[in-house]
Design a protein. Structure first.
Length: 164
């Protein structure tokens, strides 16, 4: 069964993902000695805050048709499906963030986990991009994917730098 998600459903999950990303980057700073990586993580935390604020603003400004269910869904199947998709994200819950950060054993571990987070974000946003009805909402998600890809590139370059 295919789903057409409204932007409200997607943005609510995205707000949580971005908030958990912020928590991860801020908490990880305690486990990182490299000053360049600390600066990178601090910058990425700020970008996650900006993404979350943007999602919250867009969510608040959505017209009624962007928050109205797209299909009759008496069993809340769409919410279950979205939560399942987001549940595969490395940091869907705040508790997962704490557990993951506690497992970091150094700068390389922090970078690898951050890369996993960014990859999961990209996959999540790509998977819902076409399922969102509004063209404006699709364009926003597309631009966010590009930003997340930029984060992944920065992290990859730093991992290469410290590994050589």
């Amino acid at each position: 069964m295919g789903y057409d998600f409204n932007a409200g459903e997607v943005f609510r999950v995205a707000v949580q993902i971005e908030e958990n990303g912020r928590k991860f980057y801020e908490e990880s700073l305690k486990n990182i000695d490299d000053s360049e990586i600390k600066a990178l993580f601090a910058d990425l935390a700020l970008q996650e805050i900006e993404h979350r604020k943007l999602f919250e603003t867009l969510l608040a400004e959505l017209p009624p048709e962007s928050t109205t269910p797209t299909v009759w869904d008496p069993e809340n199947e769409i919410d279950k499906y979205l939560n399942m998709m987001a549940g595969n994200h490395v940091f869907i819950s705040g508790a997962d963030v704490k557990t993951q950060v506690d497992s970091i054993k150094g700068t390389a571990d922090a970078l690898k986990l951050a890369m996993e987070f960014e990859k999961d974000s990209i996959i999540f946003f790509l998977s819902i991009q076409e399922a969102v009805k509004g063209e404006k909402d699709q364009e926003f998600i597309k631009s966010l994917v590009k930003e997340e890809q930029g984060h992944l590139k920065r992290l990859t370059l730093e991992l290469r730098r410290i590994s050589s």
